[in-house]
Design a protein around this ligand. Structure first.
Ligand code: ADP
Ligand code: MG
Length: 264
């Protein structure tokens, strides 16, 4: 499979803090790649760099052969990269469908007016299982529904690469299973490549073919979920946070929810 995205020696500092240090990685078309690591490891910063929210201090980011560092978020979105945010941020007083329409107008879908995009956005709400709630105000939706709305907004831009930042945090085990189903379907039916930052290890273990582990802005490990789960460096980085293998899914959610609550 062809390389879709690559980072080559990417560094990003904020004042005295180097959030990402000389990071190189690549993602092939059609992959589902997990990015894990302790809080503050630099995971979200990697997404922000790829999405053009921050510009790297050094290094190169190449998407489909095009150097994208230096491009703004709007240009990068038009090239086919979309992301969700760790903290849900729909427009609370707009309906679900209107939130998605805003996403569609922003992205590379060939849609120029809100009226022509309504039908298109209804289909996307069907894809994520929110069609029945399309006329609800975003603020009336549950957390799981708001996450789906966030996903729908990203999808409305017709991404080739979708970056999900802790999409599953705080969700129940059943809701996580639903999200995993949606991600599988997006790859199978819509040929979308997925990068996901996730603390819910069951989700990472079940869905990722490859996992990249960051700690203090550096890649400390990379491999299959099984390789990662038994890597001493990874276990050390988490300092006692248990890496779960997904054998006992019912044990995974509550601790993961707590780790999310203390973040962002
Ligand atoms: N906009 C910012 N300004 C200053 N420091 C930041 C900013 N964004 C991230 N950081 C710092 O960079 C480091 C990595 O943060 P982040 O990428 O959010 O980590 P993660 O998503 O892995 O928890 C942290 O030390 C964080 O405080
Ligand atoms: Mg983060």
């Amino acid at each position: 499979m062809a390389g879709l995205l690559s980072l080559d020696g990417v560094t990003k500092s904020f004042g005295g803090v180097t959030a990402v240090k000389g990071l190189s990685l690549s993602v092939d078309e059609g992959e589902i790649v997990g990015i894990i690591g302790p809080n503050g490891a630099g995971k979200t910063t990697v997404f922000n760099l790829i999405a053009g929210i921050y510009k790297p201090n050094a290094g190169r980011i190449i998407f489909q052969g095009t150097l994208i560092n230096g491009k703004n978020p709007f240009q990068i979105c038009k090239l086919g990269i979309a992301r969700t945010f760790q903290t849900v941020r729909p427009f609370p007083k707009m309906t679900a469908i209107d939130n998605v329409i805003v996403g569609a107008l922003f992205g590379r879908a060939r849609i120029s007016s809100p009226s022509s995009s309504r039908e298109y956005c209804e289909k996307i709400l069907q894809v994520v299982g929110l069609y029945q709630k399309r006329d609800r105000l975003a603020r009336e939706l549950t957390l799981a529904e708001q996450r789906k709305l966030e996903l729908a907004r990203a999808l409305a831009t017709r991404p080739q690469l979708l970056m999900l930042d802790e999409l599953m945090a705080g969700l129940t085990s059943a809701e996580i299973s639903e999200e995993l189903e949606i991600i599988r379907m997006l790859r199978a039916e819509h040929k979308i490549t997925v990068m996901l930052i996730e603390h819910v290890m069951r989700a990472v273990m079940q869905i990722c073919e490859r996992v990249i582990v960051l700690d203090h802005g550096v890649r400390i490990a990379e491999g299959t979920p099984a390789q990662i789960a038994s890597d001493p460096l990874v276990i050390k980085a988490y300092m006692g946070e248990r890496i779960k293998t997904g054998n006992k899914p019912e044990e995974t959610t509550s601790a993961d929810q707590e780790s999310e609550a203390s973040e962002s």
